[in-house]
Design a protein around this ligand. Sequence first.
Ligand SMILES: Cc1ncc(COP(=O)(O)O)c(C=O)c1O
Length: 384
Amino acid sequence: MNTYARHPVRIVRGRGCQLWDDTGKQYLDFVSGIAVCNLGHAHPEVSSALKEQADRLFHCSNLYEIPQQEAVAKLISGQAFPAEVFFCNSGAEANEGAIKLVRRYANLNGIRGPVIITAQNSFHGRTLATLAATAQDKYRAGFDPIPEGFRAVPFGDIEALAAAVTHEVGGIMLEPVQGEGGINIPPEGYFGKVRDLCSREGILLVLDEVQTGMARTGRFFGHQHEGITPDIMTLAKALGNGFPVGAVVARPEITRVLGPGSHASTFGGNPLAMAASLATLTVMLRDDIAAQARERGDYLMQRLEGLRKVHPALKDVRGRGLMVGAEFDADISFLPADGIRKGIMLNVIQNRILRFAPPLVISTQEIDRGLEIISGMLKEKGLS
Ligand SMILES: Cc1ncc(COP(=O)(O)O)c(C=O)c1O
């Protein structure tokens, strides 16, 4: 179906931060499948784990024990907080699971028709409930009726959030840094206050870490910048370094409301997916990829700040780790297509924000080369 505005390029191979198309042309990847291939393309250890598992067993139903799930769940909760994990296949599916968990918990605690508060400009996925949670009209147009049970407030505004908490609220669902909404960083101390509000009011705090998770922001999870822990956290994107894996991670006091048969996913956490995840997480932790993301992200932002002198249309540089946005007060929507011609993959959101989400293993030389190409393209369009 014609649901994507695709560029006319066919990528057939990747290695680290490099991609090749079917004509042999090489590209520097500043997108990584939108924050997915955090360890770079075709990481040898992830590839060999997948190959080995593929020769043994692709799939096994969740009707039976899948020991690899326990290993991955232990790694996740070891880095995050004491938790139980439900595996699925995408970010939207993880968020659907989290929404169901909040509703079940609230219903069992006597809240009738529980509401989840989300933030304006959020992005939580494209299924119906996650569209309802996503407070951006452009994604919803023509899909009525949108499910009820969500209420949006401005991101980063603790007073607005507190004012929206009424007796029917069962949860608050937020991204630690808004990704699709424009790389929006919360004001300092915001999440600490959100955590206090949730604890005080007995409301579940759900953090959508689908994009911020697994080292992207320079910490293993985005919420670790805030010194808080959520009650529920959702993951996907980088969890299998490109193999589809999603997860709902929640404190055991909460997950006890879900008994056998209450939620399921045929493919969720199958042995092939878990082999990818286990190898991905093991390498990330062993090589301290979060520290690399922090260091390279600081370097990138510093270089971008320097470019503001050359390109006055570059108004703001913001980010955490290698989740970085460069906002222009000019239309820069030409960059992805021009970039392909020049051998670089770029992503622009809202026509004005150049979003950087390269593999976290990117080198400073690759950052320099990418910025040189970008700066050249901006000059060609008179944006200097
Ligand atoms: C924060 C966040 N949540 C959820 C999603 C949806 O994930 P998926 O496309 O895997 O369903 C995305 C995708 O961009 C995201 O950035």
